[in-house]
Design a protein around this ligand. Structure first.
Ligand code: RB5
Length: 166
C-alpha cells in the first residue's frame, strides 16, 4: 500500500521505527513531517496527511503526536477522512472492519514502539466488512461533507447495498 505518515515534534522520535516497519512489511511510505523535534503544531501534519489520503494519493495515513488525539481530531476535520486514535489492537482492527478507517493515529507518550507496531499491523491487515456497516460509514461521510440532504437520503434509502443494516 501507499502510506502517508506524519507527526508533530513529540511523535517525531517514534516515527522512524514505524516507517522502517512499514517498509519491512512491503509498503511504500512518504513522510509529511515534522522533520525534527523543534516545537510545532500537530494540526499542520494532521491536515497534510488527511488531504493526501482524501485526494486518493495514498491508500492510508498514519499520524503520531503525544497522545495521538490532537493530530487525529485534526485529520477528522477533512472530508472523506475516518481517523481513529488507538492504544490497543482490538479497536484498531474493529475500526477497519466496521468503520472503514483510512487513518490510524497513536500517541508516542501513550504506547511504546512494539505495541505501536502490533497496532499498525492489525490495522493494515483488517478489511472493511461492508454489509450493515456500509450505511453508517456513508452517513459519517455525509456529516463530513456537511450534506444533511445526502445524510437523510442515505438514512432512508432502500438501496440494495443498504438492506443488510441490522
Ligand atoms: C504537544 O505538547 C501535545 O499536545 C501533542 O503532541 C498531542 O499530544 C496533542 O494532542
Amino acid at each position: 500500500m501507499k502510506i502517508a505518515i506524519g507527526s508533530d515534534h513529540v511523535g517525531y522520535e517514534l516515527k522512524p521505527t514505524i516507517i522502517e516497519y512499514l517498509k519491512e512489511l512491503g509498503h511504500e511510505v512518504t513522510d509529511f513531517g515534522a522533520y525534527s523535534t523543534q516545537r510545532t503544531d500537530y494540526p499542520i501534519y494532521g491536515k497534510k496527511v488527511a488531504k493526501e489520503v482524501a485526494a486518493g494519493h495514498f491508500d492510508r495515513g498514519i499520524l503520531i503526536c503525544g497522545t495521538g488525539v490532537g493530530i487525529t481530531i485534526s485529520a477528522n476535520k477533512v472530508a472523506g477522512i475516518r481517523a481513529v486514535v488507538c492504544s490497543e489492537p482490538y479497536s484498531a482492527e474493529l475500526s477497519r472492519r466496521h468503520n472503514n478507517t483510512n487513518i490510524l493515529g497513536f500517541g508516542s507518550r501513550v504506547i511504546g514502539p512494539e505495541l505501536a507496531k502490533m497496532i499498525v499491523k492489525v490495522w493494515l491487515d483488517a478489511e472493511f466488512e461492508g454489509g450493515r456497516h456500509e450505511r453508517r460509514v456513508d452517513e459519517m461521510d455525509a456529516i463530513g461533507n456537511n450534506d444533511d440532504q445526502a445524510f437523510e437520503a442515505i438514512r432512508t434509502s432502500e438501496d440494495d447495498k443498504y438492506l443488510d443494516h441490522c
